[in-house]
Design a protein around this ligand. Structure first.
Ligand SMILES: Cc1cc2nc3c(=O)[nH]c(=O)nc-3n(C[C@H](O)[C@H](O)[C@H](O)COP(=O)(O)OP(=O)(O)OC[C@H]3O[C@@H](n4cnc5c(N)ncnc54)[C@H](O)[C@@H]3O)c2cc1C
Length: 424
C-alpha cells in the first residue's frame, strides 16, 4: 500500500478484530474512555460457538462492563458448583464456590454463546464502539515493525484499508497476528481433540445442582466428558482426549469410523453420562476441534496487542477460556487507555499487563497438567494436604488475580510432575 492511499483511508484510534468476549470487552472499556473504536466481526449474525461454562471470577469483569444486571435477569442457568466423576463412575462431592466465599460472585452462569457474545457486543456498541458485522480482516498492515491498520473484506466483496493507532487481535483460535508473525507455540503435552454437540432433555440434578458443570472421566481415564446445562432444556456434551487416542489411531484401525461413531464409543465408556442422555434428543451432528492448546511468545508489539484466545488457550477442563478472554480484554483495555494518556504505543506499554496476566494463567495451567496425570487424584491430594482445599477452589473459581494461590503447588509437586512456569 502506498502511504498516500493509506492517509486517505479511514482513521480510528483503535481497531478491534473479532467480536468474541475478549474483543467486545476491550472495545467497550476503551470506547467508554472516549476513544474512537471500530470493532470488526466476520460473522453477519450471532452463531453457535463452543465454550459455554463461566468461572465465578468473571463477575468482576462483568461488573466493570456493567452487564451484571442483564446476566442476573437472563435465562442462563446458574452455576453454583463443579463436580467430578472418576473413571469408576464415582462422583466427588460438588465443589460449591460459595463454600469458599459467600459473596454473590460465587454464583455464575452457563451461557448459550450466540446470545452471550451478542450481549457483550451490544454492550460495546452502547459504550460507544462502532461495531461492524460481516467484515473479515484479511491482514494486519505494518509499516516496519509498527502495526498501522488492517485490510478488511466486506460481505459485498469490497476490500477496504483502515488505519488506527492500536490494533487489537481478538480473533480467537484464528490467531491472526501470532500466526503471521510466527510467534505461536504449541503445548506438546496437551495435544488434545474434542467432539461435541447439544442434547435436549438430558437429566439434570435437582435444586442448586441443576446448573452444575459435570466433568466425567471415561473408563481407563483416556478421555473425559463435560456436561453443561444450558437454557431451552439443552445440555452441552463433549468429549476430550488425545488427538492420537480419540481420532488418529481409531481412524487408522477403521477408516469408516466417523466422528459420531467415535462419540458413541466414548459414551459407552462413561456410564453415568450415558444414563443422563439416553432418552435425550441430539440437536445437531457432532462437531470436532483439535490442537487447541497454544500460546504466543509475546503479547504485544508496536501498535498491536493480543487478547483472549488469540494470545493463548489452555484446555477446556476448568472452563477457564472465557474468564481469561474477559480478563485479558479488561487488562489490555487499561494498557491501551494508558497508552493514549502517555502517547506511547510501544509494545512495552501495550503489553504491560502481560507478566501479571500470564502468572494467573500459569496457575491454571499447572492444575490442567495435574488433571491429565493419570495416577494423580484431587481426592487423594486433598486427603494428604487438606489445607490446600481453599487454594484448589480458588483456582477453580478463577481467583488467580485476586489471591495468591501459589501455596498449593509445593505440596502438589510432591504428588505429580508440574510444568515449568512460562513467563513473558
Ligand atoms: C472444546 C472446547 C470447549 C470449551 N469449553 C469452554 C467452557 O466451557 N468455558 C470456557 O470458559 N471456555 C471454553 N472454551 C474456550 C472458549 O470458547 C474460548 O476461550 C473463548 O471463546 C475465547 O474468547 P475470544 O473472544 O478470545 O475468542 P472467540 O470467542 O473465538 O471470538 C473470536 C471472534 O473473532 C472473529 N474472527 C476471527 N477471525 C476474524 C477475522 N479475520 N476478521 C474478523 N473477525 C474474526 C470470530 O468470528 C469470533 O467471533 C472451550 C474451548 C474448546 C476448544
Amino acid at each position: 500500500m502506498k502511504n498516500t492511499d493509506f492517509a486517505r483511508s479511514k482513521n480510528y484510534d483503535v481497531i478491534v478484530i473479532g467480536g468474541g468476549p475478549a474483543g467486545s470487552t476491550t472495545a467497550a472499556l476503551v470506547a467508554e474512555m472516549g476513544h474512537r473504536v471500530l470493532l470488526l466481526e466476520r460473522h453477519k449474525l450471532p452463531c453457535f460457538k463452543i465454550g459455554e461454562s463461566l468461572m465465578p471470577a468473571t463477575y468482576w469483569t462483568f461488573k466493570r462492563l456493567g452487564v451484571l444486571e442483564k446476566l442476573k435477569a437472563s435465562h442462563f442457568p446458574k452455576k453454583y458448583s463443579v463436580q467430578f466423576y472418576s473413571d469408576a463412575g464415582k462422583a466427588s462431592a460438588p465443589f460449591y464456590f460459595f463454600e469458599n466465599d459467600s459473596h454473590e460472585s460465587s454464583v455464575t452462569w452457563q451461557v448459550l454463546r450466540s446470545e452471550f457474545d451478542q450481549m457483550l457486543l451490544e454492550n460495546a456498541r452502547e459504550k460507544g464502539a462502532e461495531v461492524q458485522r460481516g467484515v473479515s480482516v484479511h491482514e494486519v498492515l505494518f509499516q516496519g515493525n509498527r502495526a498501522v491498520g488492517v485490510r478488511a473484506k466486506r460481505s459485498d466483496g469490497n476490500l477496504e484499508e483502515l488505519a488506527a493507532k492500536v490494533i487489537v487481535d481478538s480473533t480467537g483460535q484464528s490467531t491472526l497476528i501470532s500466526r503471521n508473525l510466527k510467534i505461536k507455540t504449541t503445548e506438546p503435552k496437551l495435544k488434545k481433540a474434542s467432539i461435541f454437540t447439544h442434547f435436549e432433555g438430558g437429566i439434570r440434578d435437582a435444586g442448586i445442582d441443576e446448573g452444575a458443570t459435570l466433568i466425567l472421566h471415561t473408563e481407563n481415564k483416556d478421555s473425559w466428558f463435560w456436561y453443561i446445562p444450558l437454557p431451552y432444556d439443552r445440555v452441552s456434551v463433549g468429549v476430550v482426549g488425545s488427538i492420537d487416542g480419540l481420532l488418529q489411531n481409531r481412524r487408522s484401525r477403521d477408516a469408516q469410523l466417523d466422528h459420531q461413531a467415535i462419540f458413541g464409543e466414548e459414551l459407552e465408556k462413561c456410564v453415568p453420562l450415558k444414563r443422563r442422555i439416553e432418552n435425550a434428543k441430539q440437536l445437531f451432528p457432532v462437531k470436532v476441534t483439535k490442537d487447541f492448546s497454544y500460546r504466543a511468545s509475546c503479547i504485544a508489539g508496536e501498535g498491536w496487542v493480543l487478547v483472549g484466545d488469540s494470545f493463548g488457550f489452555l484446555d477446556p477442563v476448568y472452563s477457564s477460556g472465557l474468564f481469561l478472554a474477559l480478563k485479558s480484554g479488561e487488562m489490555a483495555a487499561d494498557a491501551i487507555n494508558e497508552a493514549f494518556e502517555k502517547g506511547d504505543f510501544s509494545g512495552k506499554q501495550l503489553g504491560c499487563f502481560g507478566p501479571e496476566f500470564v502468572k494467573g494463567m500459569e496457575a491454571l495451567r499447572k492444575l490442567v497438567y495435574a488433571f491429565y496425570t493419570k495416577d494423580f487424584s484431587f481426592g487423594r491430594f486433598l486427603k494428604r494436604f487438606p489445607d490446600c482445599q481453599q487454594g484448589i477452589v480458588d483456582i477453580l473459581s478463577g481467583n488467580v488475580y485476586r489471591k495468591d494461590v501459589s501455596g498449593i503447588f509445593g505440596p502438589m509437586g510432591q504428588m505429580c510432575p508440574l510444568p515449568e512456569e512460562l513467563t513473558l
